[in-house]
Design a protein around this ligand. Structure first.
Ligand code: C5P
Length: 239
């Protein structure tokens, strides 16, 4: 897999025309497009289809979290949409995770069998919120590792994780477990609202398989140029 295939662009834009234009512009230069809750709720499954028809692979970032049957049925729909990967909250528990993995394997979709990723602790939650609002006494990192192991045991392909957690997950879950990392900023870029960020090269060196980048590309004056710069920075990981 080349470096460009490991770059996922988050299509977090509130204008479908702009989103399509981005896909048109970037499809030959990046590996995948992330369609999250915002564009999916605004434009629906037709938007996923439009990205695919333009030649883009899709990471459907809807973070399913429900009782096992409901999550499994949503997973079947994701397979039928032909997405390359989608995610679920590991907090849904073992039965939900197993039901989703089973449903994905049963359902043969146009894009083959999608990768199922687990969402661990939202990066917006710190130690204090985790304890006082969610009732979890472990540190965020310990909880991330605990959930990553549960995800692996249940047959998930990997997890979404902040770049700062990547090396510990890699050490705990082995080399075949996929780690997809947002919170990436090119050297010298503004962090926006991301707190724990890494450069593209540092995230890859820590062991990330895929990087998710939104604003540094989609808000750039020249998104294609910005994507190319990030791929160039990813190549630095090899030095
Ligand atoms: O614009 P930016 O590069 O910060 O976008 C990162 C994308 O990854 C956004 O879609 C954001 O919702 C998502 N994400 C994240 N941190 C997580 C999980 C997902 O930034 N822990």
């Amino acid at each position: 897999m080349g470096f460009k295939d490991r770059l996922i662009v988050a299509l977090d834009v509130d204008d479908a025309g702009k989103a399509r234009q981005l896909v048109e512009q970037l499809r030959g230069s990046v590996g995948m497009f992330k369609v999250g809750l915002e564009p999916f709720c605004l434009y629906g499954p037709g938007f996923v289809k439009a990205v695919q028809e333009m030649g883009g692979r899709v990471f459907l970032d809807l973070k399913f979290h429900d009782i096992p049957r409901t999550a499994a049925q949503a997973a079947r729909a994701a397979v039928r949409m032909g997405v390359y990967m989608f995610n679920v909250h590991i907090a849904g528990g073992r039965e939900m995770l197993k039901a989703v993995v089973e449903a994905v394997q049963e359902e043969a979709g146009p894009g083959g069998i999608p990768k199922v990723l687990g969402v661990t602790v939202l990066t917006s939650l710190g130690t204090e919120e985790l304890r006082s609002e969610i009732g979890i006494d472990r540190s965020p990192l310990d909880q991330v590792l605990f959930w990553a192991e549960l995800a692996r045991e249940c047959g998930l392909s990997g997890v979404v994780a902040s770049p700062r957690e990547v090396s510990a997950i890699r050490a705990r879950c082995g080399k075949d477990f996929l780690i997809v990392s947002p919170g990436i900023r090119p050297a010298g870029a503004v962090p926006d609202d991301q707190i724990r960020i890494s450069t593209p090269a540092a995230a890859l060196r820590a062991g990330a398989d895929y990087l998710v980048v939104g604003r540094p590309i989609v808000k750039a004056a020249d998104p294609l140029q910005a994507a190319r710069e990030i791929i160039r920075e990813m190549e630095d990981a090899e030095e």
